[in-house]
Design a protein around this ligand. Sequence first.
Ligand SMILES: NC(=O)c1ccc[n+]([C@@H]2O[C@H](COP(=O)([O-])OP(=O)(O)OC[C@H]3O[C@@H](n4cnc5c(N)ncnc54)[C@H](O)[C@@H]3O)[C@@H](O)[C@H]2O)c1
Length: 395
Amino acid sequence: MAILKTNDGAKRFAGPLRLGMIGAGFASKFHMENIPAGKAVVVGVTSPRAESREGFAKQYGIEAYASVEEMLPHVDAVDICSPPSSHARYMKLAAQAGVHIIIEKPFHGFFGSPETNTKQQMLEAVHGELAELREVIVGSGVTLGYAENCVYAPSVQKEREVVERTKAQILRMQGEESHSGSHSPVYGIWSVQGGGSLIAKGCHPLTPILYLKRKEGMARLGRPIRPAAVSARTHTITKLPGFEDRGFLRTTYQDTEDYAFLHVVFDDGTVADITASELVLGGIHDYVEVFANNHRTRCHISPVHVADVYSPSKEITKDIYFVEKITTNEGWIPCPGNDNWANGREGELVDIIGAIHEGRVPECDLELAIDTTLALYAGYVSADDLGREVRVPLL
Ligand SMILES: NC(=O)c1ccc[n+]([C@@H]2O[C@H](COP(=O)([O-])OP(=O)(O)OC[C@H]3O[C@@H](n4cnc5c(N)ncnc54)[C@H](O)[C@@H]3O)[C@@H](O)[C@H]2O)c1
């Protein structure tokens, strides 16, 4: 692939970016659906099981590679959609090879045992690893886009415009991501996921909340407003002796929580409250609400009602996809039309791939990914002490 150098030294690609997919599961599939045509083309995939990477390669007519190391020389950017415990290693390998990075949430975490490590040890380890990772990535000059789709939800982007153009002061925010439990067989295992609901689901509303305060700070004060301290509680409700399992909620959590609440205090004293859980029926429940000094906005992320479809029998609509994680197509069904558009999965790849082409920083960048991760692990330290306020040790 020919690379043109612009006057400012930024790399621009003469044609579509050659992308290498890491992972061949759920997230890789929705990333494939959202690659902007003409701007990028996925040329290869890697994942540990030969059967799964070859099946994926065959489905999309691309090359299967046995390892990331084998794939790197053939691509301009990697799209990391593998389990969280593998993210840091792949980001480092890519940066060292001069390959740009698209990285799924959660950015990074602590993947040792929660039995033998305190939450404070986890926070310190993650802090050190993030500092090292940041040095490698920034030093390499590659572009990193943190694929937090909620930042790119059209509703959040509209709110960004309102905040910037009216120089609003955001006084408090509230956000949630919950549903009835992840489909992934390795969800609920701390050593693979780096935690439970707090990190895996709480990251979704937290990043757009941090993003909006950053935008407010830049518009009003000429500096980003960042998280200063957090208080959190975590619980495992489905493991309570009195929990009555009616079969609608996932319950197989090895050593992670299924409910979390995070209170964030920003460096200007304003606040945000985030709920994340595996205890909610009725599809994905995902929103951010902003209470400002001059307006109030409820950002619908999922579901987004573009159409409400009523089906008197599930037989009528059984083969039609309406919205993620609604388990029955009967009765009233909230339908976003295209949920990749509504929840930001389309917008994230357009922006990040555009940023790689143009040599600019994407809207959801490395710094936002790092602040999110540190706020979440400070949250775990707080939850261990039943909600004591803990300072977020920003880099
Ligand atoms: N943004 C979102 O809404 C969203 C939704 C789901 C998942 N995710 C994120 O996407 C990532 C993958 O989740 P998923 O749901 O697709 O999981 P999944 O289990 O469906 O797929 C994971 C894939 O990665 C492969 N894999 C496992 N270990 C690997 C390794 N060490 N190196 C390379 N590949 C490996 C697996 O074989 C599988 O193909 C996670 O970080 C998850 O948090 C994001």
